[in-house]
Design a protein around this ligand. Structure first.
Ligand SMILES: [Zn+2]
Length: 294
């Protein structure tokens, strides 16, 4: 079969529900032992940790082209907690790295992640990365960059807008061999070039359907409906370039009155932003308190 994604969602209470905040990095792992997606699914269900996706190894009863999805793209999975010293500077952002990474586990029976991915796994991974970049607006129109990871110069395809990287970029001490040989023998470089050669062009900062989904998730449970203008204001600010950083709602709207008794609506957003809607205008405030009038 051609590569495809089939849904095998684990218990959603084991994920970071509605927490996926751009800029986002797609992170490649290898399993060092688990050989197929059924094993991964069972393991995630029993431990309540997870990856978003899995790709089986050839010859263990499951087709590598049948990519299993365990976690929604708008929920965080549990594979990339706690960046270690020597991490790539993208993870200086801190907090729970699971809320800004999408993760795949590529199965290998080798418990040291030695040996390369199979041809079918590479085809599946190229398909999967392309799919996720398009869905989430993750850019990969940039080359690799090099950083010191406490052991060696390491290279990755994550920049300040997000991109594609590996577990070793998050945890270079304990997970420097994830994904292992595919990194050291150039297979990851080859996979990136295949994705880029496939014509994936996802402009950074696009206020895409994914972020609309994040607002939808809040609206669906909101008593206030969807008419405050905060979403519309954020969308406009992205379109006209005033807002450079992607924002998603982290709370429902809060409806109250200001000191003068005038109605005011505000909402907390990802990346330390918040927005106010006053007198028909949306004001977005950055982490540093700077105000953006949309
Ligand atoms: Zn890993």
């Amino acid at each position: 079969m051609a590569p495809r994604i089939s849904s095998h969602l684990i218990n959603r209470n084991c994920t970071f529900i509605n927490q996926m905040y751009p800029p986002i990095a797609f992170i490649i792992h290898r399993t060092a032992g688990h050989v197929n997606c059924q094993q991964l699914y069972d393991y995630w269900q029993s431990t309540c940790i997870s990856s978003h996706f899995g790709i089986s190894y050839d010859g263990y009863g499951y087709d590598p082209h049948d990519i299993w999805q365990f976690v929604n793209l708008w929920d965080g999975s549990g594979a990339n907690c706690c960046p270690e010293s020597g991490h790539h500077w993208f993870f200086d952002r801190g907090g729970n790295a699971n809320t800004y990474t999408i993760t795949v586990e590529v199965c290998t029976p080798n418990t040291n992640n030695q040996g390369l991915m199979t041809d079918a796994q590479v085809e599946a991974l190229v398909y999967l990365i392309t799919h996720c970049l398009n869905e989430l607006g993750i850019p990969l129109d940039h080359g690799a960059n090099v950083y010191w990871n406490d052991y060696e110069d390491s290279h990755t395809w994550i920049n300040e807008h997000g991109g594609v990287g590996m577990h070793r970029d998050v945890s270079p001490h304990n997970k420097r061999m994830c994904p292992g040989d595919p990194y050291y023998q150039g297979q990851i470089d080859h996979i990136i070039s295949l994705v880029q050669g496939g014509g994936v062009v996802t402009p950074p900062w696009e206020f895409n359907k994914y972020m609309e989904q994040q607002f939808n998730n809040v609206w669906d449970s909101s008593p206030f409906g969807r008419h405050s203008g905060i979403y519309t204001g954020c969308l406009q600010a992205f379109t006209n370039g005033k807002l450079k950083v992607a924002v998603c709602p982290t709370t429902d709207e809060i409806h109250t009155v200001d000191w003068g008794g005038n109605p005011i609506i505000y909402q907390y957003l990802s990346n330390g932003f918040h927005a106010e809607y006053v007198n028909g205008r949306t004001l977005v405030y950055g982490q540093d308190g700077a105000k953006i009038v949309t």
